[in-house]
Design a protein. Sequence first.
Length: 94
Amino acid sequence: MNEETTLSGVTAVGSARKHRFLDRLGRRLVLSQLSRLKKGRLVLIDESGRHVFGRPDDELQVSIYVSDFRFYSAVAFGGALGAAEAYIQGYWSS
């Protein structure tokens, strides 16, 4: 079989990438929560593109670059501590 699991939790078959179920679920939960952002502006950039949340005219703005889909499950199920651990692991940067 032509399947290889990498350290980032992504299964690669040829050039296709498949993320773990918990990471995909975590992504849906995180993006859903961020869509409720009322103050500030957050730009989240991952392999699927750019997602903008909050008010575009707000002075408080930040960009987050997600380099590993495990970021989403860490944040969704681990909260602030999960986000901190994901940062230490290099799953995201700002």
